[in-house]
Design a protein around this ligand. Sequence first.
Ligand code: B16
Ligand code: MG
Length: 215
Amino acid sequence: KIQGVIFDLDGVLTDTAEFHYRAWQRLADEEGIPFDRQANEALRGISRRESLMRIVGDRNYTEAQLEEMMERKNRYYVESIQDITPNNLLPGARELLDELRAAGIKIAIGSASKNARMVIEHLGIADKVDAIADGYSVQLSKPAPDLFLHAAELLGLEPSQCVVVEDAESGIEAGLAAGMLTVGLGPAERVGKAHVVLPSLEGVTWEDLQSQLFG
Ligand code: B16
Ligand code: MG
């Protein structure tokens, strides 16, 4: 019986994926490294350092230069999320959170981002979630299961009692590796490995999700 839902943040509850994209694009442009929206798709759910490593590829940078670039990208990103308000919740997100809460289902955020808490505050959903696992919580990032296992632990639940909702391939892989049921949001090419694939959370009820997962 499912007792908890673990939501990814960027790309699931809010479209900060777009802000991450713009910040990486700006950095890549400044460095003269080719990058575009399509290349960014592969970075969804990927940690800051790993994202940078994929962008620079085999170009030679010192550790100090890499650190500086990560800081610069984060500065652009943090700047862009200051304007986030509850209006930036994606369609269906608030309704589903409220419905789960009313049904007594525990809710956690499982985000690779070190800025997750700031985004959650801006979205005004801090009081709707029972636990937050973020970019500071574990060493190994998605697709390792660690972050979601940590989230389940914070909720006091077994992995088999949890559902993960994700927009990233690496996130679905992490959920599966954790032994959890998975709901993928987005195109099948990205989240096709999930137990259930949906375009978004718009109009999605807890009953819908359960019947798709178990029906
Ligand atoms: P930060 P999620 C992930 O968040 C993003 O999808 C990914 O694009 C980003 O690089 C990562 O967080 C780290 O974020 O640089 O803010 O620590 O999708 O797991 O909620
Ligand atoms: Mg995401």
